[in-house]
Design a protein around this ligand. Structure first.
Ligand SMILES: [Zn+2]
Length: 302
């Protein structure tokens, strides 16, 4: 019984359905036979198509699968990342799943053009989320108004398609909450990517039906999120790397990759006092519910 999911998880060249391996894992967990099957984790946010991975992309994905991270969700950045992202998803079906969106730091003079490409792609191909979108007031506020316009448009696209939103909130948590409250659509779902706010902020986000994305930052010394985490239920959490950025300790400052997701899971286990297997099971189940809801058929290829 144990062999089937392990085999499926490692045969990436064949077009197998890895999702069934995850389902077997949760079934074994639910009937108390967790020991029969290795831990399964999901990296809900990783930019593996970027040039940082050019020299060893296949090996890096192999390391992720070996570490139990068989599913990697790819948020888009802009028109320049679209082709490499779709190529990667095509090369690793069942492992790499693309999303479509315009990153807030890519909102410039040509944002209308970029936005119409997002719309066109969403109609033409199969995507698993709307993102990376949101607002970034850390790097540059020049296009703050345009960023809001673009974000609101992404919310409409998510509402229309039923896909989850993957939201970037750098120095913009209050703006994002204001917009989501203004839109006031109870059917919206998604992730506050790289969340590291207060308990009150966490409750605001989860109160709107959103999950919190935890990444390498949680392993950094004295990070505020370590305290917040103690007050937030597991049902609201998903794991992410944001690779190649924000590598967890002990790789802080180096290139990040999905194989480091277990380090984040272990840190969450240490902070909350909950077993790492339970963290893996809950966060992966939360991610599956968001990106692969029951009853919705997905192709593994574009
Ligand atoms: Zn990102």
């Amino acid at each position: 019984m144990c062999l089937a999911p392990v085999e499926i998880a490692t045969v990436s060249a064949e077009k197998v359905n890895l999702l069934s391996a995850y389902k077997i894992y949760w079934y074994l967990n639910s009937v108390g036979m967790r020991y029969l099957c290795p831990m399964k984790l999901i990296d809900t946010h990783t930019h593996l198509y970027l040039e940082e991975f050019e020299p060893d992309r296949a090996e890096m994905i192999g390391r992720a699968v070996d570490a139990g991270v068989g599913i990697m969700m790819l948020p888009n950045i802009d028109s320049s990342s679209l082709e490499p992202m779709l190529k990667l998803a095509g090369e690793f079906p069942g492992h790499c799943f693309p999303m479509i969106g315009l990153h807030p730091t890519s909102v410039k003079e040509n944002y209308r053009e970029e936005l119409s490409l997002v719309e066109k792609m969403l109609q033409a191909k199969n995507f698993y989320g709307v993102g990376e979108c949101g607002i970034d007031l850390y790097w540059d506020k020049t296009f703050a108004r345009e960023q809001e316009y673009v974000f609101r448009h992404h919310i409409e696209l998510a509402a229309g398609s039923g896909l989850p939103l993957v939201i970037h909130i750098r120095e913009s948590f209050n703006e994002v909450i204001r917009i989501l409250k203004d839109v006031n659509n109870p059917h919206l779902k998604g992730i506050f990517h790289c969340f590291s706010g207060s308990v009150e902020q966490a409750k605001q986000a989860t109160g709107l039906g959103f999950s919190l994305g935890l990444g390498g930052v949680i392993t950094f010394k004295n990070n505020k999120m370590q305290e917040t985490l103690k007050h937030i239920g597991l049902e609201h959490l998903v794991l992410e790397t944001d690779a190649p950025f924000l590598a967890p300790v002990p790789y802080r400052g180096k290139r990040n990759e999905p194989a480091y997701i277990p380090l984040i899971a272990e840190k969450v286990a240490e902070i909350t006092g909950i077993g790492v297997e339970e963290i893996a099971e809950a966060t992966s189940a939360n991610a599956m519910r968001l990106f692969f809801p029951e009853g919705k058929a997905y192709k593994t290829e574009n």
